[in-house]
Design a protein around this ligand. Sequence first.
Ligand code: PMV
Length: 339
Amino acid sequence: MVWATANSNLALVKYWGKAPGGRNRAASASLSVTLDGLTTIAGVEERSDLETDRVEWVPPGPTQAVTEYVATVRRELGIERPVSVVLTSNFPVAAGLASSASAYASLASALAAAAPNRLATTEIAALARRGSGSACRSLFGGFVEWRPDGGDDAVHQVAAQEHWALAILVAVTREVPKSVGSREGMKRTAATSPYYEAWLSTSTADLEAARAALAARDLGTLGPIAERNALRMHAAAIAADPPLLYWEPATIAVMQEVARLRARGVGAFFSIDAGPQVKVLCESADADRVAAALAAVPGVTRVLRSRPGGGPEVLDRPPAWATAALSGRGGEDSRRAVG
Ligand code: PMV
């Protein structure tokens, strides 16, 4: 069995819309921070006793899309026999916490490690992207840019995780799978939102400004860019037909709390993906105070703490947190065959 871990990532300038031609190419560039400790591990094993590939989530979760992905990608990589795949994350999956990014980044890394030929990181990123666009950014640690105009090597690290000891807090408001996934959400926004073109055209300027603020470690400049970029993405989505409203009342309450923190002189800024959770950026020195304020907002069920993290790791055996999760699963005979 080959194991690979990958962290999730948070886009400071977001990807919301695909370029034509398939394979999850982006319509606009995005910039993310890889999230330490929000991790998925994938285990891949070639199996001569299986006739089809099989995928298992621990705890159990939807497997059809992942199984189709595995069946295609492992053949392309020259893995001739079917594989058995197991995936587990140390944070709630499918709840707007970008679990698909860490899932496909870990899976692509594990499949690449099991393949007969070595792949470059950019090639593994291109494979991960086909599962979930944002997953290509999780192939790198620190701060990562994904440009739509540079071919398969369009994803690269712009700064290592040591560049900036930011704190990234996740105020969790509702731990249920989102009703409309990002694939469908992007498609609907592009097809029906009168603000989609405006979203795309403003996003390039956001990216340039965010890159400069990141280089200067200037949170007072980067924070407002990240906030307005997230709000513009949501504005375009809300204006789709039928509308895409990912927020809960507590999502708005957290945004208001972040504004109150700022009014009291604390540099905190939010971002929101296709779900109701709110991610908050602040300097690490302010993290305790900001986390306490977020935890006190009615409707916030818990606050996860992260910081810039590293890229995928290929391992011989799972780390302790994953061993504990995986030991709870059924044995060989009781594994659910899926596909
Ligand atoms: O990669 P997907 O298909 O899960 O889409 C990600 C969309 C956002 O998380 C909302 C934005 C982003 O750039 O990560």
